[in-house]
Design a protein. Sequence first.
Lengths: 465, 313
Amino acid sequence: MNSQEGETRSPYRDYCGWFEAEDVARIQHKAVQAEALFRTTGITFNVYGAVDGDERLIPFDVVPRIISASEWRRLSRGIEQRVRALNAFLYDIYHRQEILRAGRVPTDLIAGNAAFLPMMMGLDPPGGIYTHISGTDIVRTGANEFYVLEDNARTPSGVSYMLENRETMLQMFPELFAKVPVREVSDYPINLLKSLAACAPPACGGTPTVAVLTPGIHNSAYYEHSYLADHMGAELVEGHDLRVVDGRVAMRTTQGYKAIDVIYRRVDDDFLDPLNFRPDSMLGVPGIWDVYRAGGITIANAPGTGIADDKALYSYMPDIIEFYTGEKALLPNVPTWRCSEPEHLREVLDRLPELVVKEVHGSGGYGMLVGPAASKKELAAFRAKLEANPSNYIAQPTLSLSTVPIFTKKGLAPRHVDLRPFVLMSPQGITITPGGLTRVAMTRGSLVVNSSQGGGTKDTWVLED
Amino acid sequence: MLGKTAGSLFWMARYLERSENNARLIDAGFRIALTRSSTAAAEWKSVLVTAGVNQAFQAAHGDYSSARVIDFLLRDPANPSSILSVIRQARDNARTARTALTRETWEAVNTSWMTLTALLKRQVREDDLPDVLTTIRQQSAQVRGALNGTMLRNDGYHFALLGTYLERADNTARILDVKYYLLLPSVAHIGTSIDNVQWETILRSVSAHRAYRWLYGAEISALKIAEFLILYPQMPRSLAFCSERMENHLAQLQRHYGEETEAWRLAHALSHEKLNAPIQSIFDGGLHQYVTGFLRDTANLARQVERDYRFVE
């Protein structure tokens, strides 16, 4: 919020004016109200591995994170470039593999990668779109320094928090929105519907029927699945609602089976089709793969997109962007050491206490090492893991992430944040909702923002020009 | 609408209705247990039989002490019809059908679940029982209010109401099924009045002891009570009322989908044949057989609705 000189940065000026005139007790009261609101709405998540299976709330902070119009213009240009490159990369990797022939990305990184789906070779997804929905995780380290931390091209989650956080802020502090010009986010579901419908498969006749595929009510992101289906006016289906009928994927309605044109799936590739992928999967639809190949359905995101957000590939993103767009990456990567390369590994082992080390295929903040926060014992244990299986890890410097204020009992206090804007792609273009989900490390000094590790969220404001 | 969604709405409503009915049964049983300790065990047994969980109770506990029965009916996870189990199932079904519910209705169900889960975290003391039972009924009323006030009158609404009336008819019939023996002797010997406390219990378990008095005055006869619970068309928990509503919602569904169903035919027969007889002839033919037949018919109807509207594969 403040510059290094300690002055309030300009995007926060109006908000701070409001905040300073407010009664702290009233805001405190509103914060408690917000929590009750989230509980009633049911925006809870199940923690994997929790014994009691309790439903928990992601902590919500009432102070918005504010981004100026010009900062956002820069960010969105960089994000758009990146998403375009990712989609082009996926098309190439599943067709002629020019980038491998050109030697810009090592072949064995693709061939030996579990996220690469050989069955997608030569297949043209409807509209040429692979990454219908993506989320780009961004961190800030200075006034004009943004880095892309990772790309999420499988099934990025969190968009319902972006929408509900705004809804909650509007209910809690309506007067604030009259004072500060904030760009809307509420058209995300309708943009999602339009974007998905624009990718209808050849077999679709008339208005495309869109459905959201969920693993069911016990999945930790079920709230989001039902939210998106509800706000798009689309059916929320599970594997057992679907079957292949006359060469189409169809859902069992009260009036019999009805064909679906576009399926926004929130299940992993492996679980999509028990006939073609994991035979033990109860979540998918037997035979959906064959319908997909024949142009009978659009699957969003396309199967096999996981190869694009694989952490082992991340360090090649600047090359990938340049290869497909002919431009330099507008948003830089965080410098990354690939532990699979001996000289990188040596450097990582030497500097372990100052680095962040991540598993190549990990997610959700599990299995990572934050060097500066780790004990001697933890460092030694991780060193052994690294030496045993170096290619399973990448390492990055501990960035001095920017902080934004959160509301605490003792007033405002700085905490580290990241940002996940949500990007929609269709043959008609790319739509980025202004802002995105700001995740915040609620513990002082912590750099881990994942909700599974106690991270919270806050509303994200992009100001009007 | 997905068949699964229709089924979830139907079952959500059934479970919500069940929680309310069970709260009433506990209330009626508790009164007798307080005022007539000598018959308490027998009364609790009949409550458990009515709720369809007597066998489960015996397997877990054995003797019918008030504290044990009440805890079993309110909280026991081994009892699939305990208030806690039922409200959880109602909420799970509401989550599954979330896209077919208004925000208000969903939030009312979710709030019920949160409130009752917190309320029933520990064993309920007998002094607190009346308050707890009141809360259970109030929560159910709030959901009904949200449903009535905010839901589109489309197929989803009709599936939910169909579930409500089917569960309610089933519940009233079960009460009659368990208590019919109390009504029989007094009919055989015209003029002997039935045990005051007993008939009041029956009426209390359908929240209608005052309505009965307004309608029939001080005359307490088995025939009149049975007529009230079976045939009286203005009594919202009578078999006739519930059957008429079921037929009506199935007719609306037929109109909505433009397709005739076997389920509607069954409901029509139930309402126009089974419930279109004078009470005396029902007694002449055997009250027990009549009620057993009604329970069989509603069970068949439920299965037919499930088939006609493809709740499951």
